[in-house]
Design a protein around this ligand. Sequence first.
Ligand SMILES: [Zn+2]
Length: 283
Amino acid sequence: MNYPIRIWFLFVLITVLFTVSCSAESSNPNKSTEAEKEMKSGPQPVFPHPEIDISLTQLKKLIDSEPVFVQETILARPQYFLELAQQFLDLPSWAGVLVDKDHPLPEEYAPDDLVLLSNYPLTLNRSDLRLSRVCMPSVLAMTEAARIDNIELVYSSAFRSYSYQQGLYERYVDRHGQKEADRFSARPGTSQHQLGTTIDFGSISPEFGDTPAGQWLRKEAWKYGFSLSYPEGEEKLTGYMFEIWHYRYITPSGTRLEREFFGGLQQHMLEFFHRHRNFLENQ
Ligand SMILES: [Zn+2]
């Protein structure tokens, strides 16, 4: 081989080796696992430029009656808090409305976009379950992610009308007495199920927490915007005993706010926005 041919041969060899190494990298199994993980983490919020125009002094004043841990976490990252808060406030009211023992929904309230879950690839405990269409993309994404992890999510209760809740509550009162019934059953109008964005999974009993599905939801549901409404040890705050099966859809912005600034407590977060919504929206 003369000198120019050897140079040309070397050049071709380097090009071939470079191409092979690039294609090996793109099919690297670890990389695709990362991509899958990213996809499985569910819909990600987009951060708009914050429109809430508020000074640090105003923010400090606004949160001065919040628990100390809430104040500290907000003041550690005020910009991030305001970005998420803006995003949450931009959502329709079903996402952030406070529905609890002191804040009932009107008797006639029912979402106008209810869909039958039996029309979707979901496992149901009864065929007449309905949810608001707004949470269906997240319901389907979460169910599919669980399936990939060999977990089957079973949907047991979803939308409940005011009158259905009335019948349910009255039956519990007859069986357990009013004081006990109030610990686990909502009086008509005060159930999050009337929103059409709340789900009870599996056996609707404490044992659900020990099942793979119960544990999976505990770890993963927030990524899809679902929040455990009545956590363990918070009966004084929420008004309800621990319900490991009951999740409300508050969107991924909501679950991020809840986790990062309100100690994972939906009630704290929703009370905060209930108190300050008007002020924040007018800034
Ligand atoms: Zn429930």
